[in-house]
Design a protein around this ligand. Structure first.
Ligand code: SF4
Ligand code: SF4
Length: 454
């Protein structure tokens, strides 16, 4: 595999459009999951939710759960509940408690013992039993509930964190007081050389004996580690829940100055804060969106082969892929709009079609090397600059896929001297270290361009 030959003088040429060339490939590749669409349509009449036992919690959870990053409209939760979805996932960190607050607004409309409500706290080394109890209490108040079903340690990067004394003593107390039923662990993978991989953290948590539920990245491109984790969960009767299940998109909203979307307005404001005129900011955004769309068009014949035309088609197929695993109990989908509920509910209980199996083969063949696997850390050891590869690609995902541009850029800024600008003059040993043949160097440089708006 040859490394990308990029010099510092090329940096200025690393346009947004070039980023998208790989970025959209990496993301849009998942579009190929398409032919499950037919089956989803068949199930639309059914509109019934299937339930799976959530490991040793014994709770019969809906096979699709509601992820609430970016939740602004509380009644979406109520609507999902009315349709039969009963697993709701939030976190203190989602909008600084805003997602919890919104769920709390409709709590009185849901029969409490019929839902499984989770939230998450980042647990740093310096946290104490008291600080955790305080934060939990605030989360519980925001959620307007007497108890929370499961408290996750959020995004754990080190196995040693699973032994955090303050967390265990606090959660023991909370259980005794009837304010908490179960504990869990989520992981997005390592963030640096001294961290442990998602797989190691999840397997350790599943074998530990103290945790009841785990949440990890699992999708049709990120499947190997997930399948090994699932085996251990099954053996130990641990509840298994999946996130980041739908990498990819196949359509982009172009910018309409007369009718911009909320995220487009925010993006333009950000440019203006940096001293650009409104006109210039709008022009940059328009070019960015156009670049994305042009790149997606290049792969149109491929999408058409699988009858994938919209992001909804794509999502249906990727959700079905995760549902296909009988050992995954809850497939979390970010549901913050009413129509997403209508689109996801018919997928519950559906199976992956033969067409989708074919699609997956094609995906691996043509586009599998464009996707840096979320949570992977295989190339960390060889990086001389300690660049957290998959973490940066995750921030790109937040930016491009979830419309969380501000968060993505803020998180990237915090990486300081571990940002991907150091990839420019690197010999790129990461290329030969990647088992998926991903050209991390090229993608990282593009990600740097996107996340710093240079
Ligand atoms: S190209 Fe970037 S990620 Fe790869 S080894 Fe070099 S600095 Fe690390
Ligand atoms: S570039 Fe390859 S080895 Fe490195 S994190 Fe991404 S998928 Fe893993």
């Amino acid at each position: 595999m040859s490394k990308v030959s990029i010099t510092k003088s090329d940096k200025g040429n690393l346009s947004r459009r070039n980023f998208i060339k790989l970025g959209s490939l990496a993301l849009s590749g998942s579009a190929l999951a398409g032919t499950g669409v037919t089956q989803a349509k068949d199930n639309k009449q059914k509109n019934k939710i299937s339930y799976r036992r959530l490991g040793r919690t014994g709770f019969m959870a809906s096979d699709v759960g509601v992820g609430t990053v970016g939740l602004k409209e509380a009644n979406v939760i109520r609507y999902a509940y009315d349709k039969g979805i009963n697993y709701f996932d939030t976190a203190e960190g989602y909008g600084s408690g805003e997602s919890e607050r919104k769920i709390g607004e409709v709590m009185k409309h849901m029969q409490r013992d019929k839902i499984f409500l989770t939230t998450k706290l980042h647990i740093s080394e310096k946290e104490t039993e008291k600080s955790i109890l305080d934060r939990f209490e605030k989360a519980r108040e925001r959620l307007q509930t007497d108890y929370i079903d499961c408290l996750y340690m959020h995004s754990v990067k080190k196995i040693s964190r699973l032994d955090h004394k303050g967390f265990h003593s606090a959660t023991k107390k909370l259980k005794e007081e009837g304010k908490l039923r179960f504990i869990g662990v989520s992981s997005h993978g390592a963030g640096g050389k001294n961290d442990d991989s998602m797989e190691k953290v999840m397997i350790k948590a599943a074998e530990d004996g103290r945790f009841d539920v785990v949440l990890f990245i699992y999708n049709f491109l990120n499947k190997d580690a997930g399948e090994r984790i699932l085996k251990v969960c099954k053996k130990n009767d641990i509840g298994a829940t999946a996130m980041k299940i739908s990498p990819g998109y196949v359509e982009v909203s172009l910018f309409d100055a007369d009718n911009p979307s909320v995220s487009q307005i925010e993006e333009i404001k950000k440019h203006m804060k940096r001293g650009r005129t409104k006109e210039d900011a709008e022009k940059r955004y328009r070019n960015w969106a156009k670049g994305q769309q042009d790149e997606i068009k290049e792969y149109q014949p491929f999408f058409e082969k699988y009858n994938i035309k919209t992001n909804d088609h794509l999502r249906e197929a990727t959700v079905q892929w995760v549902l296909n695993s009988p050992d995954m109990h809850v497939t979390l989908v970010t549901i913050i709009e009413f129509d997403t509920v209508d689109k996801i509910v018919p997928l519950s209980g559906t199976k992956l079609s033969y067409g989708n199996v074919e699609f997956l083969k094609d995906y691996d063949k043509y586009l599998g090397d464009q996707y840096c696997r979320h949570g992977c850390d295989e190339c960390f050891e060889v990086c001389p600059n300690d660049v957290p590869v998959s973490k940066i690609m995750r921030y790109s995902y937040y930016y491009a896929m979830q419309g969380r541009e501000k968060l993505a850029m803020e998180k990237y800024k915090k990486l300081e001297n571990r940002q991907a600008d150091s990839c420019i003059e690197c010999e790129a040993p990461c290329l030969s270290a990647c088992p998926y043949q991903v050209n991390a160097q090229f993608q990282l440089i593009k990600a740097h361009s996107l996340l710093t708006l240079v």
